[in-house]
Design a protein around this ligand. Structure first.
Ligand SMILES: *Cc1c(COP(=O)(O)O)cnc(C)c1O
Length: 497
């Protein structure tokens, strides 16, 4: 007999309709524009003692089965097995490293050396299982617009996953040379990278237009294809992220750093609010997380929000050395907002409308009190440099710029509690900034020269993900004008005669 009835999902806006987990994964976003949220948070059913002995994959099963109620044990286990394998360069998948009295949760040991791999390794499998369960016979075509890192992580995640194709559009002159190389050397018969003559917004607009182009959608359907998206609001990206917080607790127990039930704080470098929201979900299922410290760079919209209760996107975007956090509208915050309104979808829809139309919204004190455990913090680019240098010199720990935003806030914050800093990228992904922080002259040197130098200076192994692209053959030389994106997709899929 089942104890919990299956968790169902509903939209954060308006519609009260409840759908299964697999349907939520398949749809990605609700028809009313809202995000899918679970209607309950079932408690984790393993004891602290047992959790401390579980591997990453076993933990993933225990956590994800709570949320993916309509997946069979076999289906879920199979997804997990395919995702968290030798693609990661450490058996532990998400190691917890103690340095200078604080813990770093390293989420950068996957295929692209950054934290998006944690979810994008499993999403393709969740998606294909979900399609099958819901009687979808079409092949799934993922379209994605990328300004760099997400595109590569998505390409790598979907590479050779049966029943899928993926086409990533990136601005030809808007990504770093390393990022472009990562994309155009990606292996897999079902992956395509296309550089467009235009900027990131053009790429994103083009992709959105294709999703909404009825004629194209019909043509695709006739040929046995349908679109789907892999973006960070899909519940299939959020749920796998809850896992590593449970795993962290298990590791803290295992290493005898925490007693059962003892709280630990998390400091999370935040952009779209997915990673830190996953920590909050982990807390809801019983992981003893104390404070959730949401950190920003100069684009400190979230810091201001947690301080004042006003979310105000009306400001200039600052381009920083932690580009994955250069965001003014954090999509996943809508899921927290829904909780703050007391699960009131009408109120949430209203606030999101205000944001869209007027560029801001304000929450009441009462609403704010519902997320008392959240704190905002921020670090400037100067702080980031100092933090990287300090930890390298004093703790012999090399971190990337995003992690340094978080570590900088931790330095200002420090209390007696146990704290875990979430480390979201390998320092080799942002080598130039890291070398500059260490006071090295970068001058005219190429990225690969700097990578070699950093390796000499630090003794930290260069991740396979970076090493590989140095010599990997280029597979894609597809370029197109921003007005030709649709034709390109048709050509790739063989829709044109
Ligand atoms: C995406 C990303 C972030 C931000 O994570 P969110 O879930 O969007 O808040 C932080 N650091 C790195 C390196 C990232 O790639």
């Amino acid at each position: 007999m089942k104890q919990n009835k299956s968790v169902t999902y509903r939209s954060t806006r308006g519609s009260k309709e409840k759908i299964t987990a697999s349907m939520a994964v398949l749809k990605g976003i609700a028809d009313d524009g809202g995000l899918y949220v679970p209607d309950v948070f079932p408690p984790l059913s393993v004891s602290a003692q047992k959790l401390s002995g579980l591997s990453y994959k076993e933990t993933a099963y225990e956590v994800m089965k709570l949320f993916l109620g309509d997946f069979t044990k076999e289906e879920l286990t199979d997804c997990i097995e395919k995702a968290y394998d030798e693609k990661f360069d450490t058996k532990s998948i998400a190691p917890l490293v103690k340095k200078g009295g604080v813990f770093f949760l390293e989420l950068f040991h996957g295929q692209t050396a950054a934290f998006k791999d944690m979810a994008l390794s499993i999403l393709p499998h969740l998606l294909t299982v979900s399609a099958k369960k819901n009687g979808v016979a079409n092949e799934i075509v993922i379209l994605t617009a990328t300004s760099g890192d997400t595109g590569k992580a998505a390409l790598a995640g979907f590479s050779d996953v049966e029943g899928t194709k993926i086409i990533a559009f990136y601005p030809q002159n808007g990504v770093s040379p390393i990022q472009e190389r990562q994309m155009i050397t990606q292996t897999g018969d079902n992956v395509f990278a296309v550089g467009i003559h235009g900027n990131f917004d053009d790429a994103q607009t083009g992709v959105k237009q294709m999703f909404n182009h009825t004629e194209l959608v019909k043509k695709m359907n006739d040929a046995g294809y349908q679109f789907s998206s892999a973006n960070s609001i899909n519940i299939g990206r959020l749920l796998p992220q809850v896992v590593y917080y449970a795993y962290t607790y298990g590791q803290l127990l295992h290493q005898k750093e925490c007693a059962p039930g003892e709280e630990f704080n998390v400091v999370v470098p935040t952009g779209n609010f997915g990673n830190i929201l996953a920590a909050y979900y982990a807390k809801q299922i019983g992981i003893p997380i104390g404070k959730l410290i949401c950190v920003s760079n100069e684009n400190k919209v979230l810091f201001d929000f947690f301080e004042s209760g006003t979310y105000d996107r009306k400001r200039e975007l600052v381009l920083t050395t932690s580009p994955s956090m250069d965001i003014l509208v954090s999509s996943n915050l809508e899921r927290l907002l829904f909780i703050m309104t007391g699960n009131d979808s009408e109120k949430t829809a209203e606030l999101m409308k205000e944001l869209e139309n007027g560029g801001e919204y304000k929450v009441t004190e009462e609403m704010k009190s519902k997320c008392r455990d959240f704190y905002g913090g921020f670090s400037s680019m100067e702080d980031v440099k100092k933090t990287i240098k300090k930890y390298f010199e004093q703790e012999d720990y090399l971190m990337d710029t995003h992690t340094a935003v978080a570590a900088g806030v931790y330095e200002q914050w420090k209390d007696d509690g146990k704290t875990v800093i979430v480390s979201t990228a390998s320092p080799y992904k942002f080598t130039r900034s890291v070398m500059e922080a260490l006071g090295r002259d970068c001058g005219e040197k190429t990225d690969f020269e700097l990578i070699d130098e950093l390796s000499e200076v630090s003794g930290v192994r260069i991740p396979k993900a970076i090493e590989e692209i140095r010599t990997a053959p280029v597979r894609f030389r597809i370029g197109c004008d921003k007005s030709e994106m649709e034709e390109t997709v048709e050509k790739i899929l063989g829709l044109t005669i």
